[in-house]
Design a protein. Structure first.
Length: 229
């Protein structure tokens, strides 16, 4: 009997959309069914970290060798250290029937879609408007003006791509607790249907469009505007 392949889920969203809360709760809600991918990195291991659990810690020379051999699905140089996702690691886990979840930016998500096609399901989390996003970021009171402006500039680029992925969830509840609860329920509904292999049970409006996606072949992008589930 052929073993069922696992699912590959990517969460992509600008800062200020509740992504961190979503990732934490989804990992808890799907404990045993969903595992977070382990990345490779060249930074120094910290005292509270374990190699092969938090990251695979390797040397810069080894990482660059892996880049040269095209062994990464996606990688980036961040603050002088490399970080990337191994193709072999992902393929191995999927072949074992494991369901992997990733928290990636749009570049990483594009690379994942390019490598795995429709096997990778990307869920874009977005605010009801750019003004609301700016208000949320400023309301945190934790970032400098320069940091906020950088996040907003990045968000404009990210939001322009929101319809290019498999699912789009609008995080539009003003109240923080209700907002995060609602967004988690919607994401859980999508993940449950992915695991069950049946997306037809979702009560939603499916709006299909053709998009020219940078770095990807032309493909049909679907926008799912979820109703009350």
């Amino acid at each position: 009997m052929t073993k069922k392949m696992g699912n590959l889920i990517v969460i992509v969203a600008p800062s200020g959309t509740g992504k961190s809360t979503l990732m934490k709760r989804v990992r808890s809600d799907f404990s045993g069914k969903l595992i977070e991918s382990i990345s490779y990195t060249t930074r120094e291991i910290r005292s509270n970290e374990t190699d092969g659990v938090d990251y695979f810690f390797i040397s810069k020379d080894e990482f660059e060798r892996m880049i040269k051999n095209d062994e990464f699905t996606e990688w980036a140089l961040v603050h002088g250290d490399y970080k990337g996702t191994s193709k072999h690691y992902v393929q191995k886990k999927l072949s074992e029937g494991k369901n992997l979840i990733f928290d990636l930016d749009i570049q990483g998500t594009d690379a994942m879609k390019e490598a795995f096609g429709d096997q990778a399901k990307a869920i874009f989390i977005k605010p009801p408007s750019f003004d609301v996003l700016e208000s949320r970021l400023r309301g945190r009171g934790t970032d400098s003006e320069d940091a906020i402006n950088t996040r907003l500039a990045n968000a404009k680029i990210e939001l322009s791509r929101s319809e290019d992925y498999d699912y789009s969830i609008v995080n539009d509840d003003i109240d923080l607790v209700a907002r995060n609860a609602a967004i988690i329920d919607k994401a859980d509904a999508i993940l449950n249907q992915l695991f069950n292999g049946n997306l037809l049970r979702l009560r939603c409006r499916n709006i299909s469009q053709r998009h020219q996606i940078p770095a990807l072949q032309r493909r049909t992008a679907k926008r799912w505007q979820l109703t009350n589930l």
